[in-house]
Write a protein that binds this ligand. Structure first.
Ligand SMILES: NC(=O)c1ccc[n+]([C@@H]2O[C@H](COP(=O)([O-])OP(=O)(O)OC[C@H]3O[C@@H](n4cnc5c(N)ncnc54)[C@H](O)[C@@H]3O)[C@@H](O)[C@H]2O)c1
Length: 264
């Protein structure tokens, strides 16, 4: 049997990158997927999958807008009766040292990354409580675990998502709802590509890539595979966990000793 057979998944940020790859993996494993994104259409592989899988559908909306999320959740429930999996992947990256970051930029990052996660969860959880079951996956980041130069708003939002997740895991555990975060390292998505287009950052890409012990950036599908595990019943005893998918980025440091050990 497919790993998400007959489950209904609601994925924010589903039009691109990690959200799109996860929506596709969920669909490949038997789930009906409702995507929610500012953008109007699924991209890439998912667009192809959606064409041949008419059960899946897409709602255009902003995770900052409570009424849009509430209406989207209601539409999915009306059509399919339930939501088994919520993946909060909508997110933006921005920062800068805090004496320079514009106030609107700080608010935008917090509103999308943190408040958007809160809002989608808020509207999906009542249904999960009625069902007595559900899996919520919040996409945080290695930058929710560690600091990063200039990370400010982004890192603060992701750190908050991680702690919100643990609290949600505690609050809803006895009601059958599991809540976990995924903390990706640097993943090759449109978000990362646009980040490296910022003045001066392009030159740092090699150093940042090298900070991943596996010596490369990750692919969206590698995060999606972790999301699939957390979404599925295979993770039935996993809640309140932060699953790092980072090619060893947070494992520690290299100082060139590997060469001495013949391991470079
Ligand atoms: N790419 C990375 O290196 C990386 C690393 C760690 C964590 N993450 C996190 O993974 C998640 C997905 O990022 P990605 O790399 O796939 O980025 P992406 O830009 O490819 O996809 C993000 C999607 O979120 C959507 N979105 C943005 N704001 C929205 C809003 N207000 N309402 C609805 N949808 C909105 C965008 O339209 C886009 O389709 C984000 O939360 C990001 O912070 C990414």
């Amino acid at each position: 049997m497919a790993r998400l057979q007959d489950k209904v998944a609601f994925v924010t940020g589903a039009a691109s990158g990690i959200g799109a790859a996860s929506a596709l993996r969920f669909a490949q494993e038997g789930a009906i997927v409702a995507g929610f994104d500012l953008k109007e259409a699924f991209e890439g592989d998912w667009a192809e999958a959606a064409k041949t899988a008419p059960g899946h559908f897409f709602i255009t909306g902003d995770v900052r807008d409570p009424s849009a999320l509430e209406a989207a959740v209601a539409a999915v429930k009306e059509r399919f009766g339930r939501i088994d999996v919520l993946m909060n992947s909508a997110g933006v990256g921005a920062g800068g040292p805090i004496h320079l970051i514009p106030l609107e930029e700080w608010d935008r990052v917090m509103d999308i990354n943190l408040r958007g996660t809160f809002l989608a969860s808020r509207f999906v959880i009542p249904g999960m409580l009625e069902q007595g079951a559900g899996s919520i996956i919040n996409v945080a980041s290695v930058e929710g675990i560690e600091g990063f130069e200039g990370g400010s708003a982004y890192n603060a939002s992701k750190g908050a998502v991680m702690l919100l997740t643990r609290n949600m895991a505690i609050d809803y555990a006895r009601k059958g709802i599991r809540v976990n975060t995924i903390c990706p390292g640097f993943i090759e998505t449109p978000l990362l590509r646009s980040t490296f287009q910022m003045p001066g950052l392009e030159a740092q890409a090699d150093r940042i890539r090298d900070a991943h012990q596996l010596g490369r950036f990750g692919q969206a599908v590698e995060v999606a595979n972790a999301a699939l595990f957390l979404a599925s019943d295979e993770a039935s005893f996993v809640t309140g966990h932060a699953l790092v998918v980072d090619g060893g980025y947070t494992a520690g440091h290299r100082f060139g000793l590997s060469e001495l050990m013949g391991l470079s």
